[in-house]
Ligand binder design. Structure first.
Ligand code: 3IX
Length: 192
């Protein structure tokens, strides 16, 4: 666990430079997998997070807390908030760097309760890259992009080959991610 005051990223990094084919600032990002609990449109009780690219290596996301997301009456469950940040951070990594990557470590600081009905405005920024390791952090603000911070998160993502998904998950994962064999070599770094 990172201690307060500990430097971030925790190691020397290179700047995280968006891929030349990354969507431009202002672009709305689509669902990366329709059954994803974070963004999928086929998961009724999912988070239905919507994201777009902002200036800098930043992705902004909105997550509206519903009754399906409660921990205590009227309040969001902390684990679901962590899930929302995993999605928002992963969206920044995947869409800006265009490298298949998975969360290796995720830390969350819950600094204010998040009521049902509120919308978290999450800004996730790529902080640096060291080999396969990608450091990314985010703030979640209540009900407006300049609202009070309710949650902060930091994460380490690790770039993997696409075989991570086909070996450990579904052998048809590429197709389900919407990555065709034809476009894959052009659009994606397969061997990290
Ligand atoms: C998932 C979507 C991908 C889709 C791709 C296609 C299209 C996507 C487009 C856009 C994407 C949009 C949105 C995505 C949204 C959400 C994403 C959600 C992501 C997740 O929710 S994903 C599920 C949870 N996630 C896992 O299911 C991972 C399980 N895990 C493993 O699969 C392995 O554990 C792995 C691969 C992480 C590493 O394994 P490995 O063998 O490849 O590499 P190794 O162990 O050598 O680690 C390499 C270096 O990372 C350091 N390192 C590793 N772990 C660390 C830790 N915990 N703390 C500190 N450092 C750590 C080592 O110390 C070493 O560092 P060093 O190089 O300096 O020695």
């Amino acid at each position: 666990m990172t201690k307060p005051g500990q430097s971030w990223p925790p190691t020397d990094t290179e700047p995280a430079v968006p891929h030349e084919d990354a969507p431009a600032p202002g672009s709305k990002l689509g669902v990366h997998y329709s059954h994803c609990f974070g963004c999928g449109d086929e998961v009724e009780a999912g988070l239905h997070i919507q994201s777009s690219v902002a200036e800098g290596p930043v992705v902004v996301s909105q997550f509206t807390v519903t009754e399906a997301h409660q921990g205590a009456p009227g309040l969001a469950h902390g684990g679901l908030l962590a899930c929302a940040f995993d999605e928002a951070l992963g969206s920044a990594v995947g869409n800006l760097l265009r490298k298949p990557s998975v969360t290796a470590k995720l830390e969350t600081d819950f600094v204010r309760p998040v009521p049902v009905g509120s919308t978290l405005h999450i800004a996730a920024e790529l902080d640096g890259v060291s080999g396969r390791k990608i450091y990314v952090s985010a703030d979640g603000r209540l009900d407006a992009a300049d609202g009070p911070v309710a949650v902060r998160a930091r994460a380490l993502f690790v770039t993997v080959g696409f075989e991570h998904f086909t070996t450990h998950g579904d052998k048809d994962a590429l197709h389900k991610f919407g990555v065709s064999d034809k476009e894959r070599p052009k659009d994606w770094d397969i061997n990290p």
